[in-house]
Design a protein around this ligand. Structure first.
Ligand code: GLN
Length: 456
């Protein structure tokens, strides 16, 4: 913990991964050291963790990157945070993110940009750019993120880290400030696949506080990663390459090249590479950017100036509505307002069937494409993101260009299946990290750890 605090002091002025540091981190670490000396601590006890600011922490502010929650300290811990503390992990602090997890570059944070440690002029990905940058800059060995449309996997890809979006229902959402409840999942961001498995084992499993939490027992993901390190682990594994997402328009050539090289490595280890088609995936972005704003507009309605955070009271004798609207006007950033407007429009009477209803039908088609693909293969592979980290400022004023970054990550959220992103080398044209993504059927997260560790 001391070493990581020193590292944060040395580099976070440039990287700006953290919004808040845990003042008790060293005391907590000492207490755990003492317990360890007495033989009362095990596993990851004493290892520090960076926590995305979307997660509620009862001893630190939790802003979700928004001014509307500035300084708000929740009265409880998210289940994942409580489980980490119980396992003796040391919360280091809270990490920067796009406001309410809306974005792919962390530039929509109300608290300034995070910089990619590989090249400070570039984005660290988003929305969880802070967690990925902290891990990549050696400010934290482990981090937690949330992934609604790629916010764990894409930042992991562009910072050379490992990120896992678990099966929907595999990790509790209790205390994760909701973006789109049918898509959100919490998961690990780490430097190795085994580290991700170790952290997933701590945070995952049934939670009665989350009504969508899967009640069944899970295998150990650390064991699944260790299995992948053994000779012959992927022999006979059928790896499906999604032809619609394997290259072409929008994909940087070096990303495609590293993707193909990674597949060749798997083939050399005895995996079978099979081409599969998922024709509905081309509509995933369109469906997602209706479903997500619809759910987000509903989830964000609770920021009403009464219950949480900011309250702006206009002059004169304002009504409740005046206070609410002045607060939301001042407290929400442009991207959040854009999505609230889109979402309320898509849900409004008369348009519901045309927009939200159609998007839900597309969601079903995407789920069917996954079912058809997984009837033929064990895992699916795509590049984790179409490009490497782009320059800060280059897409922030162009929402559609920003949304296109999510091309390869969104299908997994729409279908609830798990996905992992892991490093697959550096792109020859810019020397920046490239990520490869694997997806597995729901509840088969273990496969991702095995294939990921085999490739590492
Ligand atoms: N880039 C996606 C979006 O802006 C990802 C969000 C997420 O996973 N939280 O919606």
């Amino acid at each position: 913990t001391q070493a990581h605090l020193d590292r944060i002091a040395a580099v976070d002025g440039d990287v700006h991964a953290f919004l808040h540091l845990n003042a008790d981190a060293l005391d907590t670490a000492s207490a755990i050291d003492k317990a360890r000396a007495e033989g009362a601590a095990s596993g990851l006890a004493g290892v520090p963790v960076a926590i995305k600011d979307v997660l509620c922490t009862l001893d630190m502010p939790s802003t979700s990157g928004s001014k509307i929650l500035e300084g708000w300290i929740p009265p409880y811990d998210a289940t994942v945070v409580a489980r980490m503390r119980a396992a003796g992990l040391v919360p280091l602090g809270k990490t920067n993110m796009d406001e309410f997890a809306m974005g792919s570059s962390t530039e929509h944070s109300a608290y300034g940009n995070t910089h990619n440690p590989w090249d400070l002029s570039r984005i660290p990905g988003g929305s969880g750019g802070g967690s990925a940058a902290a891990v990549s800059a050696f400010e934290a060995p482990l981090a937690l993120g949330s992934d609604t449309g790629g916010s764990i996997r894409q930042p992991a890809a562009v910072t050379g880290s490992v990120g896992v979006k678990p099966t929907y229902g595999g990790v509790s959402r209790y205390g994760a400030i909701a973006l789109a409840s049918s898509l959100d999942q919490v998961g690990p961001v780490t430097r190795t696949v085994l580290d991700a498995g170790l952290l997933h084992d701590v945070i995952g499993g049934h939670d009665p506080h989350d009504s969508t939490s899967i009640p069944d027992a899970w295998p150990s993901f650390a064991d699944a990663a260790r299995a992948g390190q053994r000779e012959g682990a992927v022999r006979g594994l059928r790896v499906g390459v999604v032809s619609e997402l394997a290259g072409g328009e929008g994909f940087q050539p070096g990303v495609v090249q590293r993707f193909q090289e990674a597949l060749a490595l798997l083939e050399a280890q005895g995996a079978e590479i099979v081409e599969v088609s998922a024709p509905s995936f081309q509509y995933a972005i369109a469906a997602y950017y209706l479903i997500l704003p619809a759910e987000a507009s509903s989830n964000l309605a609770k920021f009403d100036s009464v219950r949480f955070g900011l309250r702006v009271t206009p002059d004169g004798q304002p009504t409740v509505e005046d206070v609410m609207s002045a607060t939301r006007e001042a407290g929400f950033g442009d991207e959040v307002k854009r999505r609230i407007i889109l979402g309320t429009y898509a849900l409004s009477a008369g348009y519901y069937d045309a927009y939200y209803g159609s998007a839900q039908k597309v969601r079903t088609l995407i789920q069917r494409d996954f079912d058809a693909a997984f009837a033929k293969v064990d895992v699916l592979a795509t590049p984790s993101a179409p490009t490497t980290a782009f320059p800060l400022g280059s897409k922030v004023d162009d929402p559609l260009a920003m949304y296109l970054n999510d091309l390869t990550t969104i299908p997994a959220n729409l279908a609830g299946v798990p996905g992992i992103s892991l490093p697959s080398g550096l792109a020859p044209e810019d020397g920046l990290p490239v990520g490869i993504q694997f997806m597995a059927p729901a509840r088969e997260d273990a496969r991702l750890y095995t294939v990921g560790a085999a490739l590492e």
